[in-house]
Every structure is written in C-alpha cells, then in structure tokens.
Design a protein around this ligand. Sequence first.
Ligand code: ATP
Ligand code: MN
Length: 468
Amino acid sequence: MKYKLIMKRTTIANIWDPKLINTQVSVKGWVRTRRGNKHVQFVALNDGSTIKNIQIVFDMEKFSDEDLKGITTGASLHVIGQLVESQGKGQTEEIQAEKLEIYGTANPEEYPLQKKGHTLEFLREKAHLRPRTNTFGAVLRIRHTLAFAIHKFFNERGFFYLNTPLITSSDCEGAGAMFQVTTLDLNNLPKTEDNKVNYAEDFFGKPASLTVSGQLEGELGATALGAIYTFGPTFRAENSNTPRHLSEFWMVEPEVAFNDIKDNMDLAEEFIKYCINYALENAKDDIEFLASMYDKDLIERLKFVVENEFIRLPYTEGIKILEESGHKFDYPVYWGADLQSEHERFLVEEHFKKPVILTDYPKEIKAFYMKQNEDGKTVRAMDVLFPKIGEIIGGSEREESYEKLLARIEELGIPMKDMWWYLDTRKFGTVPHSGFGLGFERLVLFVTGMTNIRDVIPFPRTPNNCEF
Ligand code: ATP
Ligand code: MN
C-alpha cells in the first residue's frame, strides 16, 4: 500500500511514450469496456485526457473473479502494472495489471451509458454524463483547443482581453430579445402611482438584463487600449428552436481602433483560418475520430477553408445572384430582405463553393451603430458565411461621426438615457474603428462537424431546456 502512494499517476495522453515501455506505470480512469475469458480479462480504460483508451490486461492467475467484480462499464479504477508492447491487434501498448484499486462501481442496471452507440438525441437527455462518451470527450477537447487558439491569436497580435459586463441596463444593444434580471418578488411587485412596476425598488434601481453582446463596451476599450477582444457568455431570449441557436452562447468580439472595413475583413479571415488550423494541428486525434464517426469530408472541408481565399461580395450583388439562380427558396429574395440561412448557404455551398464575406447591407436590416455609406442606403456591415453553418461572424465598421450617429439613434427612437455614455466615444477623440462578433459555438460546430449546436456546448440552454 505504501508503494502505491509514492507511484505517480501517468495520464493516458502521456502513456504513449517509448521511454515508458517496460516500466511500471500507474493509471487512473473510467472503464469503457470489459471482455475476456476465465484465463485473461481485458479492460479498456479512459481518463478523458485523450480519445485513446489504454488496454489493461488481468491475468486471472493473479486476480480472482471477486477482485474484478466491480469492473463494469463506468466504474473508476486505479491500476498499477507493467507497460508492454501489445500482443493483440488494435492497440500498440497495454498494461499488465499488478495492483488494482476500485474507486467507485457503476451499477450496470442503472448506468445510462452501459451500452455503446447511443444517439446524440438520447445523450442530450443525459447531458450530465455525456462527456464520458468518445464523441463528447472529443468535442469538449476540441472546444478547449479552439478557446486556447483564440486567446493565443489575439495575444500574439497585441490585443487585450477585455471583460465586459454580463448584466446591463441598456436594452438597446439591438442584437435580440433580452432576459430580465431582477430581485423583485414577482408575486408581489411594487407599483408606481400609474400602476407600472416600480423599478426604483429593484436591485439596480432600474430595469436590468443579461447582455446580448459585449460590443458597445468593447468599443470603449478599443478607443482606449487600441485593440481589444471579449470572449464571454451572451444571452438571447429569442424563441428560435434551430440547430444553430442557443439561449446562452459564447461570443468572441474583437474591436480595433483605426481599422476600416477592409482591415476588419482581413482580421476576420486571418483569425478564423488561424483557429481552424490550430485545431487541425493540435486536436488531430479528436477531429479524426469525429470525421470517422460522423462526417467523412470533415478534414477536407477544414483544410479547404484554411487554404482558400474567402469571396468578398456586396449584399446587392449577392441578392442579384440569388434572384437569377432560379433556385426555389422557402423565404423570398428581394433587395432589402434579411438573408436566411438557406440563402447564405446557397451562395457558399452552391454558387461560390467557398466561404463568403457579404458586405454593405441595407441599413434597415442592420444595427444603428454601423457606418453609413455615401449611397444613403447601405452600411459598412460584413457577415462571414460558412458552409454548413451560414453566418458565423457578423461585424462592421462603426459610425464614428457624432452627428450621424446621433441622427440615426433619434431616427430609430432609441432612448438617450441608455446611450449617452456610448456617444461620449464619438464626442471625445473619436476615431474610425471596426469589429466583429464570432459565435464560438458556431466555430466549434464547423470544426467538429457536428450538426446541432446543442452538441458542442457542455450544458446547452434552449427554450424549455435548463436542466443540468
Ligand atoms: P443569426 O442571424 O444567425 O440569428 P445574428 O445576426 O442575430 O445571428 P449577431 O448579433 O450578428 O447574430 O451575433 C454575432 C454572431 O453570434 C453570429 O454571427 C453568430 O455566429 C453568433 N450567434 C448569434 N446568435 C446566436 C445564438 N442564438 N446562438 C449561438 N450563436 C449565435
Ligand atoms: Mn449577424
């Protein structure tokens, strides 16, 4: 027993090391499968550090059936033994067990992941345990790798990570319906004289919500630090039950002083290629696993995006292409229409067969802060459209003129009480600047080849779903 305590654990990711062959190792993890006969038992052990399992071999002359009774799928073990080159097919190395400690059993009658091959839908109902499957282990490791790549990309380029608030009192962020934040007793609301809710008695003394975007505060950062990015959760209360929308999702929002729309497009293209390439190089085993299970073209598609220039095209020309395509769409196409995913995917998958950056959208369908073009009709917006996904990035050059921005705010009837601090950026030392928002889960969707956004976040929040 004493000997056990001084032996250092090796993670399974680190076990495939030629220097460890024919030495004694200590591993800990969860049982994936067990098989064998009365002479020898084989256990596939996984500890989450890698998609690969290590095979543990129990010589039944050294262990009794009783010793191994608790070893069923899902049980947690500590094994000490000799790491040797495997005699069997299918794995290169295995551990010949010498000592066994069972941390916790998993009753086969009850453990939900007892059998292999569950559907993704079934696993969504078991979101608390699904990280123990090969698929979700791979997705979550890739998600981590992409998050790390994002910080690395910006850090290498002198951007500062800015943390913008999750609770906000402005309801004009303009990107979607908001969740209200309150400590008022909903069964006993304080009322004003004209029978409205008296928010003066609420926690912040006024209505508050969860943020839908960190951009407006990001602009304050960029016009002080030069180049910033946010990377945090955002919340949207829209009832959109699609495979691409979550109620709580993570957004990456760089914002750069002195960048125009062209610089912004260059940054977006370089950024997204960097992240995909980083995942290809650093999460290879996991991407290969998902490709083999779900999507044979995945790796080719990822490499294609990294290696090819994105198409850059004004909205007006995009509409022309869609109108002249003769293709039947569910939603009508006309100048002024907000593009649906089917339109975006037609341009990317059918027409250009490349990612597309669509620019210069009609001002009516875009946010108030976007820089107005000379034509008086369009704004300097840019959406990056991806195969299988549709919109993955939305961004723009921002309106830096105080007068024009104020005029647009008044035209749209946005309450000034919410906007004075934002307008100050244009009043004091205003500069041209640009930025964009990348939906992190849409990037993870693209890189993993998963088809439902609920399968690329550990704990998905969607309408009527807030269990785990
Ligand atoms: P969509 O048209 O797809 O609903 P949007 O135009 O409302 O998106 P933006 O406000 O431009 O989205 O947000 C920036 C990015 O955040 C989008 O390009 C997308 O990648 C991502 N995103 C937006 N809404 C969601 C959501 N509900 N769930 C996950 N990601 C989202
Ligand atoms: Mn958008």
